[in-house]
Write a protein that binds this ligand. Structure first.
Ligand code: ZN
Length: 413
């Protein structure tokens, strides 16, 4: 084969690689330049900026060096001429103009994603510590993009168990269960925050995650919302647990609160931390307590009452985050409990409350409960780690699903 002819495609390849690298460099430089205010147009008679004399040291260039991985062990530049099979492959490799353009497009879009600084906001004292953004709250429906089906779906599995009947003074046992949501791509070598969500009266363990609720002109489930929020970076991937609360065997709010406040400690948290990868180092309550900033307890209506009466008041050592929708309890008793000697030094990572506006029968109690915490315990700081946000709609699931979207980005450190 004619030697010059066989070398031609290699030369072409090098040229294309060179063009791609130059384009990438130009893109990066222009992305940086975009943030610099533009110079005003030159006044008549003045030289335009392109005619101005630029000092030699205005844009110091780095000294030309050969990257370390391009050096041979002797410290000289590596011989770039390939040999053997690799060289044969290169010599028969061709690229069309369309393919080169497509490669450039792909490179440009990935560079754009980097330069736009896409990230999951991380709120500290009510401001994202990466970009300075404040939380965005929705007072009607969530953004349309969150109502589209996710391409990467998490999964929900049901766990059934027999547990002590704490609701009936520890006499006998009851059949209970909970649903566990894990995000798409769940990886046992990573750590995940945990949100436990309690349903209200007349709902069950499927209501938060699997049931389709009327929402806007269609329907929405908590799982679909979680999938989409995580996929689009509205919040970090997390594990969400939805236990059976008020049931046929544990009837009435009082018995249900007694049942769940002990069941959380004695069964749900130990089981969960044994079977899933959380921030707790092991499945002991001490380990959960040490990682309490990464555990959140939420609920709606009767479930919100539980968040205060059974969660915060009896399990303050295990949860650093609380979410209460359309419900409240007796906050003076809860504040008194969390100011006990044992818990007075424990911080609050987040308190989020919300209700369904004037037409929600629990709106007033929810909001004055929130106010009570702000006014009586300095660990709750309005707009920094504590929020109350109403959503129009009443005592209905639409309000609580939008509320979940409002609350999730604020939870956890
Ligand atoms: Zn941010």
């Amino acid at each position: 084969m004619d030697n010059n002819k066989s070398r031609f495609p290699l030369w072409l390849l090098c040229l294309i690689l060179f063009i791609v690298l130059v384009a990438a460099a130009i893109h990066l430089i222009s992305a940086g330049v975009n943030s610099i205010p533009q110079e005003p147009a030159a006044a008549p008679g003045e030289p335009s900026s392109s005619e101005m004399v630029v000092p030699d040291d205005a844009f110091p260039l780095p000294e030309e060096t050969v990257p370390a991985d391009m050096l041979t062990p002797e410290g000289t530049e590596a011989d770039m001429i390939m040999q053997g099979d690799a060289a044969d492959d290169m010599n028969t490799w061709t690229v069309t103009a369309e393919e080169a353009a497509a490669a450039l497009d792909e490179l440009e879009s990935s560079l754009n994603a980097v330069s736009e600084g896409l990230h999951v906001h991380h709120f500290v004292n009510g401001v994202c510590d990466s970009c300075g953004a404040k939380p965005v709250f929705y007072t009607d429906l969530v953004p349309e993009e969150l109502l589209q089906p996710a391409t990467q779906e998490g999964s929900v599995s049901l766990h059934e168990y027999t547990v002590t009947n704490y609701g009936n003074r520890g006499v006998g046992e009851v059949e209970k269960c909970f649903n566990v949501y894990v995000p798409w791509g769940y990886d046992g070598s990573q750590k995940y925050p945990v949100l436990i969500l309690m349903h209200g009266a007349n709902d069950d363990y499927d209501s938060w995650l699997l049931e389709e609720h009327e929402y806007g002109s269609g329907t929405l489930s908590g799982k679909a919302l979680l999938d989409r929020m995580i996929e689009l970076g509205y919040c970090r991937p997390c594990i969400v647990v939805s236990p059976a609360f008020e049931t046929r065997t544990i009837q009435g709010i009082t018995a249900a609160v007694y049942q769940m406040r002990d069941e959380l400690r004695e069964y749900i948290l130990p089981w969960l931390t044994e079977h899933y990868s959380t921030y707790a180092e092991n499945n002991s309550l001490e380990a959960v307590a040490a990682a309490r900033d990464w555990f959140a307890l939420g609920g709606l209506s009767d479930g919100a009452l539980f968040v205060y009466e059974g969660g915060m008041r009896y399990n303050f050592d295990l949860f650093g985050n609380y979410v209460a929708f359309s419900g409240n309890g007796e906050p003076w008793k809860t504040v008194s409990a969390i100011q006990s000697d044992e818990w007075a030094e424990l911080p609050i990572q987040c308190l989020f409350t919300g209700a369904g506006g004037d037409t929600d029968i629990q709106q007033h109690y929810t909001e004055i409960g929130y106010d009570y915490f702000i006014e009586n315990d300095s660990r709750f700081r309005a707009e920094e780690n504590a929020w109350h946000v109403d959503v129009t709609g009443g005592h209905v699931w639409k309000v609580w699903l939008t509320g979940l979207c409002n609350a999730l980005p604020l939870l956890f450190p």
